[in-house]
Design a protein around this ligand. Structure first.
Ligand SMILES: Nc1ncnc2c1ncn2[C@@H]1O[C@H](COP(=O)(O)OP(=O)(O)OP(=O)(O)O)[C@@H](O)[C@H]1O
Length: 611
């Protein structure tokens, strides 16, 4: 639960420090380890259209110069046409003045348009590179990373970079040029009045610091509370069934009320204190106008400066304060975008999966798989998960893996699919070491029917066709018939065009499995991996699944992770794994005769042993 936020006016330096640690801990603040490298790489993305960058730089210089020229012309006009009462070229002069202001707006528009196009192109290429690279990274990379952290890099960090590139670069350069230019012209016109005009700058700096110290904390607090509230809403939406079953509605509403109140309070103070910034700037600007009018009037009476110069100073004073606060605001935005860019580049620097070049070594495949003294460890500290496994699956054979949970059944399949590589030994397919071939060529030979049938948003037809994208409608339907899925599909209102929501919501668990079998039948792979589903299936559907699987296994070399012993009695080989090693191996009859672990499992029908 968060601490109450009240009265930020009374915060002491210690209290501010403590709150900053609470809402923005040092460890979470944006850090850029290697400024030069990050800027260099970011720059390389901005230079796809170099000519546009050149135009932007010219436009920034031009617009800054025109912003200085406008007030200068107004001052000159006042001296010439009002003070000296001369009116000979006033028309031309007014046209010139209008031209300067119009040209200023045009240059600003051009630079913004160009910058957005350069920034969007850069972000497009960065996103492409990042996403492509992520797909080339090996599975162990994803094991080590949190899903949320990766998502945040691809979404939040990229958004952050995009926003900063769109506007911050222009703003920083324009502010710097405007500051330097204004100061130079002011000093040229009257050094004394310049000093008087700038007396408000220290006051402004102190005031801004006081406010920004508080607003930064208050906005962070607001953000954290908003995140907390959103997380809670998401959790309660997905957990509706659970909340209703346990009649937890009153508790949920009370918690929501509490979190909502916390957000309201943080929002109130954040908006109130940050609202002071424009008021402070206005007040100090007015003070500076008064100073310029007073001191300038005195100097004008003395004949040191003209009335026109006073007007120029009033305008410049306005121009001077804005870039100052703009620069202060941009600093944090740019820092956090650079830190984001560094996190994105970190991923791009991760080593890709190395892939051997060349054509597939398996043109016409028989389907003989050989594990020869294979050992493997996920990480060295935890020791070997697979220990010296040797086994041979002849073309068309079914090999079933059984064993207690954590014995290494899934790991063996993952090694065969090259999600991981063995530390020792080798796995061959038709005599070719699978680690010497590319993963794509290997996986083209393989089909998977996994416990969690993965269905994506789209029609049933599209979901089945995922097995082979060029399959005709007739072929899709034939596969569905063989998988016993056709009859339930035809009972749906839109039949094969029924659109599934995410994760296949809308059809049952068993039906999802039938679809995934149809998909594998359509793909027609020579090697099949089957992670048997266990739960949530009624007897009739189970019979249908069993029938469909028998058709699917026929003529393919299949590896089955078996969860129920009665389904694998027909397997050519049953491999009993224990603690990463083969404890027993043989057909059902042979293993029963051995009277070992398998026979005990069968006899007791202790299904919970077999995960
Ligand atoms: N990505 C991973 N990183 C580290 N250790 C892992 C990883 N995946 C699995 N393990 C560990 O490897 C061992 C074997 O796991 P595996 O999933 O292969 O067993 P299994 O026999 O398939 O079990 P189950 O029947 O429960 O699925 C377990 O101790 C597991 O904790």
């Amino acid at each position: 639960m968060f601490k109450q936020i009240k009265d930020p006016f009374s915060y002491s330096r210690e209290k501010l420090g403590a709150m900053y640690e609470e809402y923005a801990p040092r460890a979470d603040r944006p850090k850029v380890q290697n400024w030069r490298q990050t800027l260099k790489r970011l720059w390389s993305y901005l230079t796809y259209k170099k000519w546009k960058l050149v135009v932007i730089i010219i436009m920034i210089a031009l617009s800054s110069a025109l912003a200085l020229l406008g007030p200068l012309l107004v001052g000159m006009g006042i001296d010439r046409f009002i003070v000296s009462q001369e009116s000979s070229v006033i028309g031309v002069f007014l046209l010139l003045l209008a031209g300067v202001y119009i040209l200023h707006s045009v240059t600003v528009l051009i630079q913004q348009f160009m910058m957005i196009s350069v920034a969007q192109l850069a972000v497009f290429h960065m996103r492409q590179d990042l996403f492509h690279h992520l797909h080339d990274l090996p599975i162990p990379f994803f094991d080590k990373r949190q899903h949320g952290d990766l998502m945040s890099r691809v979404t939040n960090d990229m958004d952050n970079i995009s926003t900063t590139l769109n506007s911050s670069i222009i703003q920083v350069f324009t502010s710097l040029l405007t500051l330097i230019g204004t100061l130079a012209v002011m000093l040229w016109l009257s050094p004394l009045l310049t000093v008087i005009t700038l007396t408000i700058v220290p006051l402004m700096a102190v005031g801004l610091k006081w406010i920004t110290k508080r607003t930064r904390i208050l906005f962070k607090a607001q953000q954290r509370r908003l995140g907390d509230l959103n997380g809670y809403i998401q959790e309660t939406m997905s957990g509706q069934r659970m909340i209703k079953s346990f009649s937890q509605e009153p508790r949920v509403l009370e918690e929501f009320h509490h979190k909502s109140m916390e957000l309201k309070q943080a929002g109130f103070w954040a908006q109130t204190i940050s609202g002071f910034i424009p008021k402070l700037m206005n007040t100090l600007n007015n003070v500076s106008f008064a100073l310029i009018a007073g001191a300038g009037g005195f100097l004008a009476v003395q004949g040191v400066i003209t009335i026109g110069v006073i007007v120029v100073f009033v305008e410049y004073a306005r121009q001077f304060t804005r870039p100052l606060s703009d620069l202060a605001n941009q600093f944090n935005t740019i820092l956090s975008a650079l830190a984001g860019a560094e996190r994105v580049f970190d991923i791009m620097d991760e080593k890709k999966e190395e892939e051997p070049e060349g054509i597939s070594p398996w043109k016409t495949i028989r389907g003989e798989v050989d594990f020869s003294h294979v050992s493997f460890a996920y990480d060295k500290e935890n020791g070997q998960t697979i220990k010296d496994i040797s086994l041979r699956a002849r073309p068309g054979e079914t090999v079933a893996f059984v064993g207690p949970t954590g014995a290494g059944k899934t790991t063996l399949i993952q090694l065969l699919s090259r999600f991981y590589e063995p530390g020792e030994g080798q796995i061959t397919l038709d005599g070719v070491d699978i680690n010497k071939a590319s993963r794509i060529h290997l996986r083209q030979q393989m089909g998977f029917v996994l416990q969690e049938a993965f269905l994506f948003q789209g029609s049933l037809r599209e979901n089945i066709r995922y097995g082979r994208l060029d399959a005709t409608d007739e072929e899709v339907e034939k596969a569905a018939r063989e998988a016993n899925a056709h009859s339930f599909i035809m009972r749906l209102p839109d039949q094969y065009d029924t659109v599934l929501q995410q994760d296949g919501d809308g059809i049952s668990q068993g039906q999802k499995q039938l679809i995934s079998i149809a998909r594998a039948l359509l793909a027609d792979p020579k090697i099949l991996v089957l992670d048997e589903a266990t739960s949530n299936v009624d007897t009739i559907t189970e019979v249908k699944i069993q029938e469909a699987l028998e058709r699917l296994l026929k003529g393919r070399t299949s590896f089955v992770i078996a969860h129920r012993l009665n389904t694998i009695q027909q397997a050519d080989q049953i491999v009993v794994l224990q603690d990463g090693s083969i404890a027993e191996k043989g057909s059902h009859e042979e293993l029963m005769k051995q009277k070992g672990f398998y026979q005990q499992l069968q006899a007791s029908q202790m299904e919970h042993y077999v995960s």
